[in-house]
Design a protein around this ligand. Structure first.
Ligand code: 5GP
Ligand code: MG
Length: 493
C-alpha cells in the first residue's frame, strides 16, 4: 500500500507536501518522495520513513506552487532505489507520477510498450509502466492541439486517462504533475483505492486544491474536504487553478464502485473519512456487530469474559464498542512499544515472529487468572494472533478468546494489500475449529461479512479477499503473483 498526495496553487508546495506525507506515513514506510514544479521539476526521494528520507532543510529546494508526493509500502518490484516514487519523464511536457495500488497486467503492458512503442522500462515496478503508457497517450492526444504558449488541451489529458483505463487492469489512485501545466488525479474505474479532493481559499481569492489518499492529510493542511474523486473519474487543476473533471465530458457515466473494505478495517487512519464513511465510526460499528454475535451466550453464561482488550492500535475503537455493548470492562492488557514499527513490514517470517514479542508487552496484573477477549482488526497469516495468544497464556490468562473485526481472509489481494498466496493464509480452506487450534486460542469469533457490509453502509465494496469475487479480470494475476514472489526472493538474496 501507499499514500499519495498532490497540491496545486499552494504558497508552500514543498512544505505542504512534506507535512501531508507525515499524515500518510502509516500507508507506507519503505520510501518517500516529493516532486514540485515551477518551470522545471524539483525532486527529492529516498528510502525510509518521511523524516529520514527527506531532510527538512532541503525542502527549500522544492520550488513551485504545484507538486505531488508519495509514501511507499512496496508490494511490487524489488525495493530498489529506482522504484521510489514520484517518477518523472521528460516527454511530453515533463510528467511526474505517483500511485497507490497495483497494475495486475503490468508485465504484459511493459512488453507491449517495448514492442509497439519502443519504450524501455527499467524497473520491475508498475508505476513506470503506468507513467510510460500515460505519457505516450498524452503525446498522441495533445499533439495536434498544442501550440507554443498555449495551455495544455485538457480533453487530450482526459483522453489519455481513458487510454490508461482501457489498458490497465487493477487498482490505481494516481496523482500526476504536468510541468508548468497542472495537477491531475484519477482513480481506476472501480475506485478500489481511495483519493479525496480538498480546497482552501488563497489570499487572492482563488482556491488552492489538494488531492490525497486520505482526508486526514487535507485537514492537517487546512484544506476542506470537498469530495472523493469518483471511480473512473479524472480531475485536472490547470495552471490558472481551474478545476476540470472528466465526468462532465464522459459519455457513458456508468460506474461500478468497489472501494476496498480493508481501508476501513485496517489501513486508513482512524481520523480519516472516505466515501462519506468515517473510519473510526466504521470500526465502532464492527465492534458492535461482534458484540451482537456473542451477546446471547454472554447473557446465558455459556461464555464468560472478564475483560475485553484490543491488540493495539487499529482494533481499539472496535474493542471499546464491543466492551460497551456487552457491559464488560475494557482494559489495555497489551502495551505497544511505540518505538518498534509494524510487524508486517519485516519481510522474513522469522523476523516477523520475533517482532511481535518486542512490539507488545503484557500487563500481568490485568491478565493473570482472567478470561480475556482480545480484539484484532484482522488475521492474515495468523502470526500475530498465535504469538499473542501464547504471550497472554504465559502471562497467566486462564482463557484467551480472540475476535477479528475482519471476516476470514481466504484469497490473495492483487490490488495493493500484502495478502499472500492462499496457502499462506491461515483461514484458507480451514474450518473454524482448525484455525482456533492453529492460533492456540480457546475460541475465535469473526465478524460476519454481512455485518461488515452493514457497518460500512456502502452498496459496492471490494471484498475479493473474503469471497474471491474480484472486480477486475484476474487472468494475468497468476503471473503477477509469481513475479512478485520472484522479486521478493531476489531482493532477499
Ligand atoms: P498476521 O499476523 O495474521 O499475518 O497479520 C495480522 C496482523 O497484521 C493484524 O494485527 C493486522 O493489524 C496487521 N496487518 C494486516 N494487514 C496488514 C497490512 O497490509 N500491513 C500491515 N503493516 N499490517 C497489517
Ligand atoms: Mg495489528
Amino acid at each position: 500500500m501507499c499514500g499519495v498526495l498532490g497540491v496545486a496553487g499552494s504558497e508552500q508546495a514543498g512544505r505542504e507536501l512534506y507535512g501531508g506525507l507525515l499524515m500518510l506515513q502509516h500507508r507506507g514506510q519503505d520510501a518517500a518522495g516529493i516532486l514540485t514544479s515551477g518551470e522545471i521539476f524539483h525532486l527529492l526521494k529516498n528510502r525510509g520513513m518521511v523524516e529520514k528520507a527527506i531532510h527538512r532543510k532541503s525542502l527549500e529546494t522544492l520550488k513551485g506552487e504545484m507538486g505531488i508526493a508519495h509514501t511507499r509500502y512496496a508490494t511490487m518490484g524489488v525495493g530498489s532505489e529506482d522504484e521510489i516514487q514520484p517518477q518523472i519523464l521528460s516527454f511530453p511536457y515533463g510528467i511526474g507520477m505517483a500511485h497507490n495500488g497495483n497494475i495486475v497486467n503490468y508485465r504484459e503492458l511493459a512488453k507491449d510498450l517495448r514492442l509497439r512503442k519502443r519504450r524501455h522500462t527499467n524497473t520491475k515496478s508498475d508505476i513506470e509502466v503506468l507513467l510510460n503508457l500515460f505519457a505516450d497517450a498524452v503525446a498522441e492526444s495533445t499533439e495536434s492541439t498544442h501550440k507554443t504558449n498555449d495551455s495544455i488541451n485538457v480533453e487530450g489529458v482526459f483522453a489519455a486517462v481513458q487510454k490508461v483505463h482501457d489498458e490497465c487492469v487493477g487498482a490505481y489512485s494516481v496523482v500526476t504533475l504536468i510541468a508548468g501545466e497542472g495537477l491531475l488525479g484519477f482513480r481506476d474505474p472501480h475506485g478500489i483505492r481511495p483519493l479525496v479532493i480538498g480546497r482552501k481559499k488563497r489570499k487572492d481569492g482563488a482556491y488552492a486544491y489538494a488531492l490525497a489518499s486520505e482526508s486526514n492529510a487535507l485537514r492537517f493542511l487546512d484544506y476542506e474536504l470537498v469530495r472523493d474523486v469518483k471511480p473512473g473519474e479524472a480531475v485536472f487543476i490547470d495552471r490558472d487553478l481551474e478545476l476540470h473533471s472528466s465526468e462532465s465530458s464522459s459519455k457513458s457515466g456508468k460506474t461500478d464502485p468497489k472501494p476496498c473494505m480493508f481501508e476501513w478495517v485496517y489501513f486508513s487512519g482512524p481520523e480519516s473519512q472516505m466515501e462519506g464513511v468515517p473510519v473510526y465510526g466504521a470500526r465502532l460499528s464492527l465492534g458492535r456487530a461482534l458484540a451482537e454475535k456473542i451477546k446471547d451466550r454472554i447473557e446465558s453464561q455459556d461464555l464468560k469474559i472478564d475483560l475485553v482488550a484490543p491488540i493495539p492500535d487499529t482494533s481499539r475503537p472496535a474493542a471499546i464498542a464491543l466492551a460497551e455493548c456487552l457491559g464488560i470492562p475494557y482494559r489495555e492488557a497489551l502495551i505497544k512499544n511505540r518505538y518498534v514499527q509494524r510487524t508486517f513490514i519485516l519481510d522474513e517470517q522469522k523476523e516477523r515472529e520475533r517482532a511481535v514479542e518486542v512490539k507488545l508487552s503484557p500487563i500481568l496484573s490485568e491478565i493473570k487468572g482472567k478470561h480475556l477477549l482480545l480484539v484484532d482488526d484482522s488475521i492474515v497469516r495468523g502470526t500475530t494472533s498465535r504469538r499473542i495468544a501464547r504471550l497472554a497464556k504465559s502471562a497467566g490468562a486462564e482463557k484467551v478468546y480472540l475476535a477479528s473485526t475482519c471476516p476470514p481472509i481466504v484469497s490473495p489481494c492483487f490490488y495493493g494489500i500484502d495478502f499472500p498466496d492462499r496457502e499462506e493464509l491461515v483461514a484458507f480452506n480451514q474450518a473454524l475449529e482448525r484455525i482456533q487450534k492453529k492460533l492456540g486460542v480457546d475460541e475465535l469469533i469473526y465478524t460476519e461479512t454481512k455485518d461488515l457490509q452493514k457497518a460500512l453502509g456502502l452498496k459496492g465494496l471490494c471484498m475479493a479477499c473474503l469471497d474471491g469475487n474480484y472486480p477486475t479480470a484476474i487472468d494475468q494475476a497468476e503471473s503477477f503473483q509469481e513475479q512478485r514472489k520472484k522479486d521478493r526472493l531476489g531482493s532477499q538474496a
